[in-house]
Design a protein around this ligand. Structure first.
Ligand code: 5U1
Length: 695
C-alpha cells in the first residue's frame, strides 16, 4: 500500500488507539496462537512508542492498554470481589479407572430419565488443568476485573496481576456481550516453571535474601497470582486457558450465542481466549473412557500439568435441566488420574554409582503408591540438590513420579522433622570400590575415579552394552550381570563372549535352558551395526544419534578411532565437548584393547566409505509423523528422514512443513488440518526422500 502523503498526521489519541489495536493483534498472534507475524524487536518498538505517548498524554491511558501488562503497582492487600454468578466447584470422580466415566454417564442418564434404549448422551471432554481458577470480567469488551474463586461467592481482586498474563486478552472484539465473565485456569507451563526455578537458584546462589524455589508449577502459579507486587508477578511466566462463563448480559441479537458447551468453547476461542486443543465431543461413556485413556498416555508429554479430565454434558439446555447439588453442577465431573505426588518418609540416603562413575544420592523411602506404581527410591540428583532441598534421614518428604521419569523428592515437609538429623554430605570415596570421589570444577556431579576397576561401573557398562538399543542381548538383565560381575566371571565386555554353558548353568537361578538361550542371544549379537556398537561402548556424550552420525560420516571404526578432535568436529551435531570425549575414550589403551578383543571375539558389522557429504534433499524441512504406516515403522521413517537432512518433531506447529499420516492418525492430523500444514502419506514421503520435492 502506498502511503497517502497528503493525509493529516494522526492526533496523539488516534495514534494511541492505532498502536493499541496493533499491539492487541500481535499479542494474540504471539501468546495465544503461538504464531507471531512480526519480530519481537518490532513489537517492542510499537510498545515503546505507545508507552511514550501515554506518558506525554496521561489522559490517553486506558485500562485495556497493552502497557498495563507490565505491572508495578504494590498493594497492601487484595480487595474482595463478590461474584455476580457464584464460581462453582466440580465434583471429583476419584475412581481413576474407566468405571469412573461409566458412573458419571449412568448418573446423568438416570437424572435425565433416559432408558438403556435411548441414544448416548453427548459430552464435551476437556483437560483439568492443575492451576488456579480465575474469573475475568469484561465490560464493553474491556477487561475490568479479575478475581480468584475464593469461597465461590467472594474472591480476591487480582486484576493487576492477571493483566500481566500475555494470553489474557485485555480487550475483546466488538461482537461480545456488554457484560461478559470468562472463567478458566491460570497455570504455569513446566518449561517456564523450570526456567523460573533456575533463575531463583541463581539468585539464591548469588546471596539474594528472601528468595526461594517453588515446589511445583501450581504453587508457583498460585503464588504469582496472589503476589501483592504486580512487578514481581509480571516476572512469573503465567498462562491461561478458558473453559466457561459467569455472568453474561446483553448478548447481541435474539439468537443465543451458542447452545452447546462445545459451541461456547469455540466462541471463546474466536474471541481470542486460549482454549485447549485436546477438547473433544464424546458420544456416550465409551468415548469418554477412550478420551481419559488417550489423555492419560499424553499426560506427561503435555507442556503443563493436569490432574485429570473434565466431562460436561454438551447440550446447554440439558445442563440447565440437570442443575446443581449444593455448589457442584450435576452436568459435570472431574475424572482424576492417579496422583503424581505423595507424602512418605526417608529411611536412608544411599549413594549409587552409574556407568560413567557418577555418584547419585538416592533417598530410600517407605513404600508409597504414586503415579500408578509403588515407589521405594527417589533420586536426589547430586550433593548440591540434596543440600538445597535439605533432605535428611527420617524426614517426611513429597515424592513425585510423572510417567517414566525417575521418581524425585520435590521437597521436605520441614515442620514434620523430628530432632536434628545431620545434613547429607557426599562421601569422599566411592562406596563400591573405595576409589577417590571427585567433583570437577564447573560440574555438579561427583564421580568415582575407579573407572572399570569399579565393579558398579562395570555392571552399568555391561548393561548399557547389552540393552536393546545397543547390542540387544536378550536375557542379560541386572540380576544376571550382578551375579556375573560379583562372581568375577565377567570383568570386561569381551568376557561376555567367552562364557561357556557350564559356567553359566552353575549360576544361581540359571537353568541349562536359560543358559543356552543367553548364549544364543550373545552369538546373535556378534552381527551388529557400527552405530549400535559405537553406542554400546558407552562413550560419554555419545548417544544413539551421535553414534549414527559418526558411523555415517566416517564409514568405519578405525577412521573414528584415529580421528583428531578437529576431524570429529566436522561431523554434523558434534561439538567440542563430544569430540573431546570421543578422543579421550580412544586415547585410553584399555578402551582400544576392549574394542580389539570384541572384534577378535567375532563382533562385526558392515563398514562403508566415508560419506562424501551425503545428499541432504530434505535439509531445513520439518516433519511430524502420526499413525501407522503401511510398510515402515515410525522409527525407520524417522531415521530415513533424518538421514536426508530433515528434522522430525514431536508436535505440529506452523513451522511444520509436512505431517506424514498413516492409519489411525490422531490429534496431530487434526492440528495439521487446522493450521493448513501439508499432510502426506508414506508413499509421498518416500518420493520426497529420493527427489527432495514434488515434481
Ligand atoms: N476444563 C475445565 N476445568 N474445569 C474446572 N472445566 C472446568 N469446569 C469447572 C472447573 C472447576 O467447573 C465448572 C463445571 C463449574
Amino acid at each position: 500500500m502506498t502511503p497517502d502523503l497528503f493525509a493529516a498526521a494522526p492526533t496523539p489519541a488516534e495514534r494511541a488507539a492505532e498502536l493499541r489495536a496493533e499491539l492487541h493483534h500481535h499479542a494474540h498472534r504471539y501468546y495465544v496462537l503461538d504464531d507471531p507475524e512480526i519480530p519481537d524487536a518490532e513489537y517492542d518498538r510499537l510498545f515503546r512508542e505507545l508507552q511514550a505517548l501515554e506518558s506525554q498524554h496521561p489522559e490517553l491511558l486506558t485500562p485495556d492498554s497493552p502497557t498495563q501488562r507490565v505491572g508495578g503497582a504494590v498493594l497492601d492487600g487484595f480487595a474482595t470481589v463478590r461474584h455476580a454468578v457464584p464460581m462453582l466447584s466440580i465434583r471429583t470422580e476419584t475412581d481413576t479407572e474407566a468405571t469412573g466415566a461409566e458412573a458419571f454417564d449412568a448418573r446423568v442418564r438416570r437424572e435425565l430419565g433416559l432408558s438403556d434404549t435411548d441414544p448416548p448422551v453427548d459430552y464435551v471432554a476437556e483437560l483439568k488443568f492443575d492451576g488456579l481458577a480465575i474469573s475475568l470480567r469484561y465490560e464493553a469488551g474491556v477487561l475490568v476485573q479479575a478475581a480468584t474463586r475464593g469461597d465461590g461467592e467472594v474472591g480476591e481482586d487480582v486484576t493487576q496481576n492477571i493483566r500481566t498474563i500475555g494470553q489474557v486478552p485485555l480487550r475483546l472484539p466488538t461482537d461480545v456481550p456488554a457484560i461478559l465473565e470468562v472463567r478458566g485456569e491460570v497455570y504455569m507451563r513446566r518449561d517456564d516453571f523450570d526456567a523460573l526455578n533456575e533463575r531463583q537458584r541463581a539468585k539464591i546462589a548469588a546471596g539474594a535474601k528472601g528468595e526461594k524455589t517453588f515446589v511445583n508449577p501450581r504453587n508457583a502459579a498460585a503464588g504469582a497470582v496472589r503476589q501483592l507486587d504486580s512487578g514481581i508477578a509480571a516476572q512469573r511466566p503465567l498462562s491461561f486457558f478458558a473453559y466457561g462463563l459467569g455472568e453474561v448480559l446483553n448478548g447481541h441479537g435474539s439468537e443465543p450465542l451458542f447452545t452447546t458447551q462445545h459451541g461456547l468453547l469455540m466462541r471463546l476461542r474466536d474471541w481470542g481466549f486460549p482454549v485447549a486443543e485436546q477438547t473433544r465431543v464424546c458420544h456416550g461413556s465409551e468415548q469418554l473412557i477412550s478420551f481419559h485413556r488417550d489423555i492419560g498416555i499424553q499426560r506427561d508429554s503435555l507442556p503443563y500439568d493436569i490432574d485429570g479430565v473434565v466431562y460436561k454434558v454438551n447440550d446447554l439446555s440439558l445442563q440447565r435441566q440437570l442443575g446443581f447439588v449444593t455448589r457442584e453442577p450435576r452436568w459435570a465431573v472431574a475424572h482424576k488420574y492417579p496422583a503424581q505426588e505423595q507424602l512418605t518418609t526417608v529411611q536412608a540416603i544411599d549413594v549409587q554409582v552409574g556407568r560413567t562413575g557418577k555418584l547419585t544420592p538416592v533417598a530410600k523411602l517407605a513404600p508409597v503408591f504414586v503415579g500408578g506404581v509403588t515407589v521405594t527410591n527417589a533420586t536426589l540428583h547430586n550433593e548440591l540438590e540434596a543440600r538445597r532441598k535439605d533432605v535428611r534421614v527420617g524426614d517426611t518428604v513429597i515424592v513425585r513420579r510423572a510417567g517414566d521419569v525417575i521418581p524425585e523428592v520435590v521437597s521436605v515437609v520441614s515442620d514434620k522433622r523430628v530432632g536434628d538429623p545431620p545434613p547429607f554430605s557426599m562421601p569422599t570415596h566411592c562406596p563400591i570400590c573405595g576409589s577417590e570421589a571427585v567433583r570437577e570444577e564447573g560440574e555438579a556431579d561427583h564421580r568415582c575415579t575407579g573407572g572399570l576397576f569399579c565393579s558398579a561401573q562395570r555392571k552399568q557398562a555391561i548393561l548399557h552394552y547389552a540393552q536393546r538399543r545397543a547390542l540387544d542381548i536378550e536375557g542379560l538383565g541386572d540380576k544376571l550381570v550382578e551375579q556375573l560381575v560379583d562372581a568375577g566371571v565377567v570383568r570386561t565386555l569381551p568376557d561376555l563372549y567367552r562364557l561357556g554353558l557350564t559356567a553359566l548353568a552353575s549360576l544361581e537361578r540359571m537353568g541349562e535352558k536359560s543358559a543356552g538361550n543367553l548364549l544364543q542371544a550373545l552369538d546373535q549379537s556378534r552381527h551388529t551395526t557400527l552405530p549400535r556398537f559405537l553406542f554400546g561402548l558407552g562413550i560419554r556424550h555419545v548417544g544413539e544419534a551421535t553414534a549414527r552420525d559418526l558411523a555415517r560420516h566416517f564409514g568405519g571404526l578405525d577412521r573414528i578411532m584415529a580421528a583428531s578432535v578437529d576431524e570429529l568436529l566436522e561431523v554434523p551435531d558434534v561439538g567440542p565437548v563430544v569430540a573431546r570425549s570421543i578422543r579421550t575414550f580412544f586415547d585410553q589403551d584399555h578402551n582400544r584393547e576392549v574394542v580389539e578383543q570384541l572384534r577378535a571375539c567375532g563382533v562385526s558389522w558392515e563398514e562403508g566409505a566415508p560419506a562424501e557429504r551425503a545428499p541432504q534433499p530434505l535439509a531445513g524441512k520439518t516433519f511430524v509423523l502420526t499413525g501407522t504406516f503401511p510398510t515402515l515403522r515410525r522409527e525407520q521413517a524417522k531415521e530415513l528422514l533424518e538421514a536426508a537432512g530433515a528434522k522430525v518433531a514431536g508436535s505440529v506447529s506452523k513451522k511444520t512443513d509436512y505431517v506424514v499420516a498413516g492409519e489411525d492418525a490422531g490429534s496431530k492430523l487434526d492440528k495439521a488440518r487446522e493450521l493448513g500444514v501439508a499432510v502426506i502419506d508414506e508413499a509421498t514421503m518416500q518420493r520426497l526422500l529420493t527427489e527432495g520435492s514434488f515434481t
